[in-house]
Ligand binder design. Structure first.
Ligand code: BGC
Length: 326
């Protein structure tokens, strides 16, 4: 279903509702933003499982990237600059001296064009001009959202550029498995990771890793994400997780699982990405952002974010929901 959602910069913004099995997902053309995911809980009552706003103004007023596509480069680039093929590129700064989630006007603020849709899928397109936010090359991006009959939402990104450039696409839903508007207490988290990128005080890594085995960051044995953080000074002082976990899996594999004891709803995150940023600092929900490592363009130890001219960038993430009966 397609309906008018609002206006931005004189352009019409539409909302698409996709359905399959017990799952329903709303997506708007502003930022390719997922505005709602509805799924029944263990008692058969429909829950909204991500945080959202009711109108365009809400999405424009926020700086929390609620539900939106992150691009061209998700996460942080130190000093908003990098060198590619011997040329220095300067990006728009939107977090102190750094570029965050694509710069001042990232993919979350772009109007995407719906090119194809049906009951259970939607394809959006956006062409970012050469020099947009300082990035080289005209970058054409296609994102396809597909609802599968097993109650999963699959997101396929594809991009090509006419010049060598860098890329790291992600999407930023805040999952509230206890139900929209509820807190995130009692949420159990599993992450298939035994190291994180080592961040400085601005949340920027410089090529190093930290072994997290048997620390508070170790979620290989599932535990409550909002549990007692007093065992780690940095975590305790900050009060939440905001880290890039290095994933152990190869290819399309399970990276994260989360479950609400309250609703019985669980989420599996399956991805071919090498990392996942997990951010629990916003009470509206827990952001699970599959992506390459932060600042990777400036860290030769990390997987390269370079996309060569006319090559194809492809990445897939699946959010699969389940509701356990007691
Ligand atoms: C970042 C957080 C940031 C949040 C909202 C997350 O991806 O890791 O540091 O506060 O996005 O911008």
């Amino acid at each position: 279903m397609k309906e008018f959602f609002g206006k931005y910069n004189g352009q019409d913004i539409y909302k698409f509702t996709l359905k399959n099995g017990q799952l329903e997902v709303d997506i708007i053309t502003l930022g390719g933003t997922i505005t709602d995911i509805r799924f029944p809980d263990k008692n058969g009552q429909t829950q909204s499982l991500i945080a959202g706003y009711k109108d365009v103004e809400g999405y424009l007023s926020c700086d929390d990237y609620r539900g939106a596509i992150l691009g061209r480069v998700a996460n942080r680039i130190e000093n908003a600059k990098f060198i590619l093929n011997g040329v220095e590129y300067n990006l728009t700064k939107n977090e102190g001296e750094n570029a965050h989630h694509g710069g001042k006007e990232g993919f979350n603020k772009k109007v995407w064009e719906p090119v194809d849709f049906g009951n259970d899928y939607l394809t959006l397109f956006f062409a970012s001009p050469d020099g947009d936010q300082g990035f080289p090359g005209r970058l054409e991006t296609i994102v396809k959202y597909t609802l599968n009959a097993d109650n999963s939402l699959r997101i396929d990104f594809n991009a090509t550029s006419d010049k060598d450039t860098i890329i790291n696409l992600s999407i930023h839903p805040y999952f509230s498995l206890n139900g929209r508007g509820e807190n995130t207490d009692g949420i159990i988290l599993y992450v298939d990771s035994d190291k994180i990128t080592l961040n400085d005080q601005n949340n920027i890594p410089h090529g190093e890793f930290t072994d997290i085995k048997n620390t508070l960051y170790d979620f290989r044995l599932p535990k409550e994400i909002n549990g007692d953080l007093s065992g780690d000074k940095v975590l305790y002082e900050r009060g939440f997780y905001d880290n890039n976990f290095v994933l152990n899996g190869e290819g399309l594999s399970k990276a994260v699982e989360m479950q609400s004891k309250k609703t019985g709803i669980s989420l599996q995150v399956i991805t071919d990405q090498k990392g996942v940023q997990i951010y629990s600092g916003n009470p509206i929900g827990i952001a699970i952002e599959t992506q390459n490592f932060p600042n990777s363009v400036n860290c030769k130890e990390y997987p390269s974010p370079i996309l060569k001219a006319n090559d194809s960038y492809n990445t897939t993430t699946i959010f699969a929901f389940n509701n356990k009966k007691d």
